[in-house]
Design a protein around this ligand. Structure first.
Ligand SMILES: *Cc1c(COP(=O)(O)O)cnc(C)c1O
Length: 376
């Protein structure tokens, strides 16, 4: 937690649950990434946290933006981003959204299928397009499954077709999975992309861009490699595959940019054993899976939890949300322990919750309001 957040929480005592996010930390993360990968253009993945103060700060720093919908594009433009610094990175786009984006001047679009390419050729003619390849997500705590991306062979066909359809076959992209803790995932994916670059050059299609996606991790329960390790692996792989004919490099960090900038303050609603004899207590917070902590699904993202009793005796707990849904359990199998002194009414802090929390919160399930947000 940053000193600014600690001060805000103690002085303001904001109603819980709420996210408090230090926008200066976002700026520091942006600077760290820019310093580690000076050749890469940074496209902030807006979905991680689309709050206006974040977008405005990043606009001021000269960032570009990866948007997944027309609505996200509008948020970027409203925050002052020039349309030519926005990439429409979702491979699944409504025609109405493509048309609006094109009219607004968004120059670059992702795709991974012939059907989407046909939509782009019709509604965003002449635009730069890049094909998303399916790559291994091994090493990612929040893998993106097989929902996106295509094979090298199909990607080759599609990039050739893109030119024939009057689009600009600009480059290739991948996403190694979110909260990716292995630098090797990027190296392997870059090798795959480079092969296709060569293949396409032989076919007369000269690509100019590689989009490395996001995936850079935030520290939760476990240590993760620093951004310099990822940068080193990435630039090593880029130069070994492309030599000094480096294409334009794009990265789309989401989690890395905002994750450790935010803290969720929550109140303990109940601590109970419910008659169990194994000594494990159930700790119910006023935030859970439906209040924004969606990434606890499968206990994938393991947030650190701070209490005022830290350092005193602790014991095993399951941690759940306040709603009447049996799925509203955050941690049951991950070995969480909390102080024995913890009581109903205590405040706890869920650390590094700046990414993928606010927009995942339900509207009013069980009557609970969406997560309050404070940007400081
Ligand atoms: C979600 C997403 C990102 C951001 O991923 P992080 O793991 O948060 O960095 C980047 N690019 C695309 C296409 C995405 O869908």
């Amino acid at each position: 937690m940053t000193p600014k957040i600690a001060r805000f929480l103690s002085q303001q005592q904001p109603a819980t649950p709420c996210l408090v996010l230090d926008v200066d930390r976002v700026e520091q993360n942006y600077a760290a990434l820019r310093d580690a990968l000076p050749l890469a253009h940074i496209y902030y993945a807006v979905k991680a946290n689309p709050a206006a103060p974040i977008l405005q700060r990043l606009v001021g720093l000269g960032s570009s933006f990866d948007a997944a919908s027309w609505e996200e594009i509008e948020m970027c433009i409203a925050a002052g981003a020039p349309a030519d610094k926005i990439s429409f990175g979702n491979t699944i786009k409504k025609v109405a959204s493509i048309r609006r984006a094109y009219e607004a001047g968004v120059p670059m679009y992702a795709f991974d299928s012939r059907e989407e390419l046909e939509k782009l050729a019709e509604w965003a003619p002449g635009s730069r397009v890049y094909c998303r390849l399916l790559v291994e997500n091994q090493g990612a705590d929040w893998p993106l499954s097989r929902k996106f991306g295509t094979s090298i062979e199909h990607g080759r066909e599609l990039m050739i077709a893109a030119g024939e359809m009057g689009l600009d076959p600009f480059g290739l992209s991948f996403h190694v999975g979110s909260q990716q803790t292995s630098t090797a995932a990027y190296e392997a994916a870059i090798g795959k992309v480079a092969m296709l670059f060569t293949d396409l050059a032989d076919a007369g299609v000269d690509l100019r861009m590689v989009n490395l996606g996001g995936g850079f991790p935030t520290r939760y329960q476990s240590d993760v490699p620093g951004i310099d390790s990822f940068a080193h692996a990435i630039m090593g792989a880029m130069t070994s595959h492309f030599g000094n004919a480096l294409p334009e490099i794009l990265i789309e960090p989401g989690r890395f940019m905002v994750g450790d900038a935010g803290v969720v303050s929550s109140e303990v609603v109940l601590v109970s054993a419910r008659g169990a004899t194994d000594g494990r207590r159930w700790v119910y917070l006023d935030i859970g899976r439906f209040g924004g902590m969606a990434e606890t699904e499968g206990e994938s993202i393991k947030y650190r939890i701070a209490t005022a009793h830290d350092g005193l005796d602790d014991g095993p707990v399951a941690i759940a949300g306040p709603t009447c849904d049996g799925a509203d359990i955050m941690y049951e199998r991950s070995g969480y322990r909390l102080p024995l002194a913890l009581r109903s009414g205590d405040k706890v802090e869920l650390l590094s919750t700046g990414a993928y929390v606010t927009t995942y919160a339900a509207q009013a399930f069980n009557g609970f309001a969406p997560l309050a947000e404070h940007y400081i």
